[in-house]
Design a protein around this ligand. Sequence first.
Ligand code: C5P
Length: 222
Amino acid sequence: KRGLIIAIDGPSGAGKSTITKQLADRLGYIHIDTGAMFRAVALAASRAGINVDDDAALAGLCRGMEISFVRDNGCCRVVANGEDVSAAIRTPEISLLTSAISARKVVRDFLLGLQRRMGCNGGVILEGRDIGTVVFPDAEVKFYLSASAEERGRRRWLELTARGEAISLEETIAAVVRRDRQDSGREHAPLKRADDAIDIDSTGLTIEEVLDRMEACVRDRE
Ligand code: C5P
């Protein structure tokens, strides 16, 4: 094995992506954004006009899908069937659709296999909702990264408005709360803190402070 398997789970907007990317850089690990994989499936389903509860069509879609991450100048692009979908998967519409699509077992099973193959050699940090509970329950280090709903909504809103999306702060917070409810309430692999996860509440902390804490935890176990 080339290193540890590190799992980072938590609700949307807790800073998982930013933190995971930077922690991976500090450790020289590979960053696997599993949310982006669910988003890529959701985007493909939306383009193909597939209904979220049409499991047969979703299974067919997954069978024909190839998802990979391409590192480009320190930036990680998501490539689905040869197309760079990094920007297209980040719209508010696809976020909501992803939350619904990711509740489908056929989709979860497909991505579960892919995620395990991508991570099994170690030297990886996977971020998502069920990494420490389902994908890699034996991960050497598990973090549960959270922050208050207001703070998470505010961060997402800053991100979206910076990209020119016209959305209000209240709407963004409401969307975050709604997605939390969908992700925690679903039957298959709901968002849940693993019993052995280290809790990190990033409310009121800077990125550096969060990273320092997490890096110290990892170094302790290396
Ligand atoms: O992390 P991100 O916000 O990009 O994830 C998008 C959606 O994908 C989440 O709201 C969740 O429904 C789903 N997801 C999941 N399991 C994961 C990662 C993401 O169900 N491991």
